[in-house]
Design a protein around this ligand. Structure first.
Ligand code: ADP
Length: 260
């Protein structure tokens, strides 16, 4: 039994015109402490899949289990960080982290201690009294991670976490995300539409097809997180392989027809 198991997930949304078949028979697993990237074109159901894994949206069929237990409501051990980060604009950074602890019933002293530790971990101690509107995109991302980790999240789900950042900052943030994951031991699933990001951050890369989303391939990426990986031959050849795979699938006229 794996830490997280996603078994035969299908999802249909009811819309005015009938049904949108968003996900088609999606199955994979994630090990404890593993980092997995999901890549695929826009609209292939990646965000919906994260919401199903977190227990926010019910699947039409299929199951998700975490440590053997079915996830059928928002799960305690799983944090989902959406593209807008879900920060409370009227609360300071420290209070944004503290609220998660307060909801879980942590005592005041422990809350203060944990908030300090988490802000230090994501290098935002100086911003404890600032409000989210005073933070850059990268800082907001780190604050959302601090809030998730404060309550001992075991699985972090991130929906295109770095898509709003410019290229240089994006690389720096990828390195921070990698370092945080390496030091803290949680598992993570990162949805991205950047090939380089998937290869840099995913020990395994799950490739999705266009609508309805289904898995085309799962690529092992064992050198992920090794020193200097980004400038190695292995990195470039993984990027090239993925690029070809995504191009082939987008070009394949049958890919639309097959699942219509
Ligand atoms: P991605 O994250 O890969 O861009 P989404 O999960 O957002 O994909 O969407 C997958 C498909 O489901 C899209 O066709 C989208 O329009 C549709 N969809 C997403 N959310 C809803 C919803 N709440 N109601 C109806 N259709 C939806």
């Amino acid at each position: 039994m794996s830490f997280l198991e996603v078994n035969n997930i299908c999802l249909d949304y009811s819309v005015k015109e009938g049904q949108t078949h968003a996900l088609d028979d999606v199955s994979f697993s994630v090990g404890e402490g593993e980092s997995v990237a999901i890549i695929g074109p826009s609209g292939c159901g990646k965000s919906s899949l994260l919401k199903i894994i977190q227990g926010l949206v019910p699947a039409t069929s299929g199951t998700v289990t975490l440590k053997g237990e079915t996830v059928d409501r928002p799960a305690r051990d799983i944090a989902l960080i959406l593209q807008d980060f879900g920060l409370l604009p009227w609360r300071t950074c420290a209070k944004n982290v503290g609220i998660a602890l307060q909801i879980r019933g942590y005592a005041r002293d422990e809350r203060r201690e944990r908030v300090e530790k988490m802000l230090e971990l994501v290098e935002l101690s100086d911003m404890a009294r600032a409000y989210p509107s005073q933070l850059s995109g990268g800082m907001k991302q780190r604050l959302a991670i601090a809030r998730a980790l404060a309550v001992d999240t075991k699985l972090l789900l991130m929906d295109e976490p770095l898509s709003a950042l410019d290229a240089l900052l994006r690389e720096r943030m990828q390195e921070r995300l990698l370092a945080l994951w390496q030091s803290q031991g949680y598992a993570q699933i990162i949805v991205t539409h950047s090939i380089e990001e998937a290869v840099f951050l995913g020990q395994r890369i799950i490739v999705f097809s266009p609508r309805p989303g289904h898995i085309v391939d799962i690529i092992e990426n064992p050198l992920c997180a090794s020193a200097g990986f980004r400038s190695t031959e292995a990195f470039f050849s993984q990027v090239e392989y993925l690029r070809e795979l995504l191009r082939e699938d987008a070009d394949d006229p049958a890919s639309e027809v097959r699942h219509a």
